[in-house]
Design a protein around this ligand. Structure first.
Ligand SMILES: C[S@@+](CC[C@H](N)C(=O)[O-])C[C@H]1O[C@@H](n2cnc3c(N)ncnc32)[C@H](O)[C@@H]1O
Length: 268
């Protein structure tokens, strides 16, 4: 499984450095704001959202807009799992204000470098970027009010560990509020074994029921999974997502891949 993590790290390092896609030649996880050719990432943020310059959103690799859906209050401490170039960290920092704090955690040096450069450009103080794995969060127990994340948990090869770590660092009553790619039905084996599909947020995605069970097993309550976007796999633009599928398989699996907003709380 380490080869998947290394591959994902390499792909995202290349993607942020070269402003290319994390899925080889395809556009599925490309880096664009309001690019309609990019079906997963198109139109996630409004331009100048949170007062941030448009430039910042161009280095986003998410599949949702967790800060738009998460409850974040002034003075709170937030953790963004797989913070990339920092878009959601900066949006959260505005929401929690000067008395709050936002941690961005990412394993990829190139992403952390861009995130820190962005932080400096924006002059935002209540933010700290940490290098590390979401399966082994470098933070103490019970210190976080809300965990956000944007299209990252699906990339992990040990999702139970990710959720256990999230549970550990959250305070009692703390909120897990993330965007992720999930499946409404299983994909064929040739997709789950495709490393490019893995780094493109598809192959590692959990089925909705399995996600719910895992969150429950780890101890979360008030679990909800709300589909925020579904993808037409038969459209020309979406063929880049799964180049190995035939047209008839694309029709069969149409609707299987969706973006969702996943909410849960740590019991009081
Ligand atoms: C799809 S990008 C999303 C980045 C950011 N959340 C955004 O919306 O732009 C995935 C990010 O998660 C990071 N990542 C993937 N797996 C990780 C892991 N196991 N531990 C820490 N970071 C990870 C990658 O380095 C990359 O920056």
């Amino acid at each position: 499984m380490d080869n998947i993590k290394d591959f994902v790290q390499k792909k995202y390092g290349e993607a942020i450095s070269q402003k290319t896609s994390c899925c080889g030649d395809s556009d599925c996880c490309g880096n664009s704001l309001n690019n309609n050719a990019d079906i997963i990432k198109a139109n996630l943020y409004s331009s100048k959202e949170g007062g941030l310059p448009e430039e910042i959103f161009k280095a986003s690799f998410g599949c949702g807009n967790p800060t738009a859906l998460a409850e974040l209050n002034p003075g709170e401490t937030v953790l963004d799992l797989g913070s990339g170039s920092g878009v959601d960290v900066f949006l959260s920092a505005k929401r929690v204000g000067p008395n709050g704090k936002v941690y961005g955690l990412d394993m990829t040096d190139e992403m952390l470098k861009v995130a820190k450069e962005n932080q400096q450009k924006l002059g935002i103080d209540n933010v700290e970027f940490l290098k590390g794995y979401i399966e082994d969060t470098p933070l103490s127990d019970n210190i976080i009010d809300a965990i956000i994340s944007n299209c990252v948990v699906n990339l992990s090869t040990d999702k139970k560990k990710v959720l256990q770590e999230a549970f550990r660092v959250l305070k009692s009553g703390g909120r897990f509020a993330i965007s992720d790619i999930v499946l409404t039905k299983p994909l064929p084996a040739k997709i789950s074994q495709d490393l490019l599909a893995w780094s493109g947020c598809i192959a590692g995605a959990l089925q909705i029921n399995d996600y719910q069970s895992l969150l429950q097993e780890v101890g979360f309550e008030n679990i909800s999974i709300q589909i925020t976007r579904d993808y037409d796999l038969t459209s020309e633009t979406s063929k880049s997502i799964l180049p190995n599928l035939t047209d008839s398989e694309r029709a069969d699996y149409n609707g299987a891949i969706v973006s969702a907003f996943i909410r849960a709380t740590k019991p009081e």
